[in-house]
Design a protein around this ligand. Sequence first.
Ligand code: ADP
Ligand code: MG
Length: 636
Amino acid sequence: MPENLSTETTETTENTETAEAPDIKFTDFGLDGRILAALSDVGYEKPSPIQAATIPALLEGRDVVGLAQTGTGKTAAFAVPALSRMAELADLNGPAKFTQILVLAPTRELALQVAEAFTSYAKHIDNFTVLPVYGGSAYGPQLAGLRRGAQVVVGTPGRVIDHLSKGSLDLSNLQYLVLDEADEMLRMGFAEDVEQILAETPEDKQVALFSATMPGAIRRIAQKYLKNPAEITVKGKTSTGTNTRQRFLQVMGPHKLDAMTRILEVEDFDGIIAFVRTKMATEDLADKLRSRGFQAAAINGDIPQQQRERTIEGLRDGKFDILVATDVAARGLDVERISLVVNYDIPHDTESYVHRIGRTGRAGRSGDAILFITPREKYLLRSIEKATRQPVEQMHLPSSDAVNALRLNKFADRITETIATEDVSVFRDLIANYEDEHNVPAAEIAAALAVMAQNGNPILVKDIPVAPAGQKERAAGRKDGFGSRGPTRTLTEGNATYRIAVGRRQRVMPGSIVGAIANEGGLSSAQIGGIDIRADHTLVELPAELSKDQWRALSKTRIGGELIHLELDKGRKPAGSRGSGDFKKPFKKREGEGGGFRKDRGHDGGFRASEHDAADRKPRHKKSADAGTFQRREKW
Ligand code: ADP
Ligand code: MG
């Protein structure tokens, strides 16, 4: 029995009809034997609390409202009793030729997942078809499936309505209707569709509504369409699985990739989802990880549905281990082997964070969540802890020395293994000849070969700074050009120096520059190199080739309320040429405009303050409404 499904974390409300029952077994419910066999096939040992509470009520024929957080086993809670009843009916009357069960789910992914679950629980029942119907896929196979008669239809509300109006779906004999993830369906704007479907189904059907939360709108639907429902709430102690350990790692944007690589080297993991903010960043990070020798794939909303499903299958089957995704693309994803969620980019709001980390710790396994947080984002931790009601511990990357020792050991192991398992005779001769001809010791030759084997990847890592350089270093760095993000006087290959029209005068910070450019230009922060903040402008190292879209987006970008006027830098003026004569102006300007810095500070103070004095803050928000980072973060 998985820990997070155990009754220890269960707390029931007054409405709950069935209290926790520590030792309930699936065999206690009087379920059909074929269903019991299927449950044992999928390896469920005993019912989760929500299952223990809802299965008896549903078997009795009652309407049910079931509230429990994600990952608590709600699918089986409604599928198992429904299938059991249908199987017994079929024994009496012969297999039904019409749709008996309809499940509405918010997304294609969830519809597919629920359909798969039904199929696995119905495995030992003959003549039983489950058909998923969802938008964005061809009607043909769905129509054919419906014509053949599927006893169970799992669909998204929009597509179900389409089929109803086409006459291809007949619900006149429907016996059981499930609204799964009802709150999510509402959030996605399906309320009307759901009501329309409810209204078009027979009076005497049984209805089950499952949801993680119970907003007013859902309560209204329940009151209107469910008959004296048993309301069952299973509350976990936290809104996230208690078996998911949350950690944060303070790391600056440009070092995220290195930090990620290091985590992949030192952490034990099975499957991983890494979340990034933009579609472009999914591909970008997956590419970079692949080029560092990790097996990674990307999914995002632009990738066609079928390909997305294949990718998810690939992860499920262990064809690769790291999935890089946007929030939207990974919604509701249930892949049991995901043992680690990396929040590579911090999510837009706490709700997304909770959803993200809900992708791990599935099926009662323990999970890990790591959040990359830049120094400027650190204040957001409190909101996360509040939302998850669970602490987020600080983690530290192992030192470079530790990683390097590990790498060298691994390399040595590869040598041992190769000698033991591979035929090395061709090379042995070649090396022996080489040693003679060139009079070079074998160790030297082997070392050269080792470098070749690394394929251009250095075997040793360097230290990753965790915070911006201190004041002193920054001052020293300034003299040197690209100070605050490391001494990158020489540009990284493929990069160019750009100039933006905000600088010390606007009191911009490297973080706000990286944030704005990464967000607006859809760049990963790793693509942003050195930043040299001058008096009235800043030099930024970015990819030399920016796409038209990126130029367009960046030309509209503001930092601290000011347009940045991105342009390629034509010859860097010597630092300090603008002189200290400018020195007084920034103060004036700031006073007059409530300049950049104060707005930046608004980030920190603003979120806490906004609960109390939102009105007071509004005008300031408005002014900087076009500063992308700012708007997004407001959601916190
Ligand atoms: P929810 O809909 O509440 O988010 P799911 O129905 O998707 O949760 O179930 C989450 C995971 O738990 C799935 O992988 C499912 O197979 C597994 N699961 C469900 N019930 C049990 C059980 N009784 N024992 C073990 N695993 C279970
Ligand atoms: Mg679910």
